[in-house]
Ligand binder design. Structure first.
Ligand code: PLP
Length: 451
């Protein structure tokens, strides 16, 4: 089931890499014998068997999928050298690759000018964006929707910036009326617009947020950690499309190549439209930046050591699958969205289920129908388990009942939140697998409906 054929390609690439160092005298690296490595690796493989099958289309739960083979191979290849992109001494080639790959992402957002870099993930990237926001507007509030990732409240705490959660509307997006109320109270430094919430993939109304910025003057930071690449998809709904088209106008943006960008974990990206923010990072290092006058990525990043391998992997992926509309990469995202729409429509037509709003990206949330919200919540958990026994892996989420209100019919609202099922359909293969997923979901639901 797991791809092994690509290991041959890695062998060939290693020969090529090695040839670049042919002028050096031979030496014997001190490595333990192959037998001990094999034994240890076999034990590692055995331990790793205890995982959900994230690579398989029947894993349709959380935001998880394996990287593209070219990313995996390029990452592995770079590890024979293990470059460190903190400074050019540690990763000359991979720093250049990082700058090129990040420029490719900036171009996707329509930015001619930018500063930015890769980092550990969406949390680190958002931390950096809010740190810059706090440096430029010390002590001012950070506003994000209730459905924004919890990391924003926590990061604001770390940065000692006041945080306000803005209520979301019945479609999981920031409620613009509520935002306006907070803004007129004053002291707002930054509004975070989530371009694809973690729970439901909802896209905040960026157009209206930017209009408010015109009048009241605050920074707009886009958390596009999950949704960022969807701007390339040709099949978004009108409102989401409008939001993604406006991304060039935000002050900063975060995108996670390790989510929809086909990368191994450890690859987030933060970008700023104003390259001038680079000066905020200024520090003196008598030992790191000695050997070159050229800009080192460590001069514009909070993290110091960072894997050059992550940059090599992203660079290789973008070389193979350029970030253009209508390209292979974009078509993959369109398939994910089609899969989500297909599943949502099947659920919507079936009396056994209650759906929330239609998906804006590729995340579907739904629950089994029952006499009350609390019964439906219990049933969701049972279906989750019954589906897993049949190798279909979904996720469970706790969402406001208001998200389902339009479709609840006679269901008693005896709880403010509903434990529902959530499916992140982030593999293009999901498009062909929805039929099978639907069949298994049906069987699991029949097993649990009678309870
Ligand atoms: C919208 C959003 N922001 C931030 C994060 C945090 O990113 P990471 O888990 O890469 O640190 C996530 C993760 O799911 C997310 O969906």
């Amino acid at each position: 089931m797991l791809d092994k054929g690509s290991l041959r390609i890695l062998g060939e690439a290693l020969e090529k890499l090695d040839a670049g160092f042919a002028a050096l005298p031979e030496f014997d690296a001190r490595v333990p014998g192959a037998e001990r490595i094999a034994e240890t690796l076999a034990a590692t493989a055995e331990r790793l068997q205890d995982n959900y099958p994230y690579f398989h289309p029947l894993y349709a739960g959380q935001m998880l999928k394996p990287p593209h083979p070219v990313a995996r191979l390029a990452y592995a290849l770079a590890q024979w050298i293990n470059p460190n992109n903190h400074a050019l001494d540690g990763g000359r080639a991979s720093s250049a690759m990082e700058k090129e790959a990040v420029a490719g992402i900036a171009e996707m957002f329509g930015w001619k000018e930018h500063t930015g870099h890769l980092c550990g993930g969406g949390t680190m990237a958002n931390l950096e964006a809010l740190w810059v926001a706090g440096q430029l507007a010390p002590g001012k509030k950070i506003l994000a929707s209730e459905q924004a990732h919890y990391t924003h409240a926590r990061i604001s705490g770390v940065l000692e910036l006041p945080f306000v959660a803005v209520a979301s509307d019945a479609r999981g997006r920031m409620d613009i009326r509520k935002l306006r109320e907070h803004i007129v109270r004053g002291d707002v430094g930054t509004v975070v617009a989530t371009m694809g919430t973690t729970a439901t993939g909802a896209v905040d109304p960026l157009a209206e947020i930017l209009e408010l910025r015109e009048k009241h003057g605050f920074r707009v930071h886009a958390d596009a950690a999950y949704g960022g690449y969807f701007g390339l998809a040709g099949n978004l709904g009108g409102e989401a499309r409008r939001g993604f088209d406006l991304l060039p106008r935000v002050d900063s943006v975060v995108i996670d190549p390790h989510k929809h960008g086909l990368q191994p974990y450890g690859c987030g990206c933060v970008l700023f439209g104003d390259p001038g923010v680079g000066k905020l990072y200024k520090h003196d290092s008598p030992y790191t930046y000695f050997s070159s006058k050229e800009m080192h990525l460590g001069e514009i990043s909070l993290e110091c050591s960072r894997p050059g391998a992550a940059a090599a992997a992203l660079w290789a992926t973008q070389k193979l699958l350029p970030l253009g509309k209508g390209g292979e990469f974009a078509l993959g995202l369109e398939d994910c969205r089609r899969a989500a729409i297909d599943l949502h429509e099947r659920l919507d037509k079936d009396a056994r289920f209650v759906v929330a709003f239609p998906p804006e990206l590729d995340i579907v949330v739904f629950a089994p129908r029952a006499a009350s919200v609390s019964e439906a919540s219990e049933r969701s958990r049972r279906i989750f388990e019954a589906a897993a026994r049949r190798n279909l892996h979904l996720a469970v989420a706790e969402l406001p009942v208001s998200f389902f209100a339009a479709n609840l019919r006679q269901m008693r609202k005896d709880r403010a939140s509903l434990t529902c099922l959530r499916s992140v359909l982030m593999k293009p293969e999901h498009k062909e697998w929805i039929g099978r997923i639907w069949e298994i979901l049906g069987e699991a639901t029949t097993e649990c409906m009678g309870d």
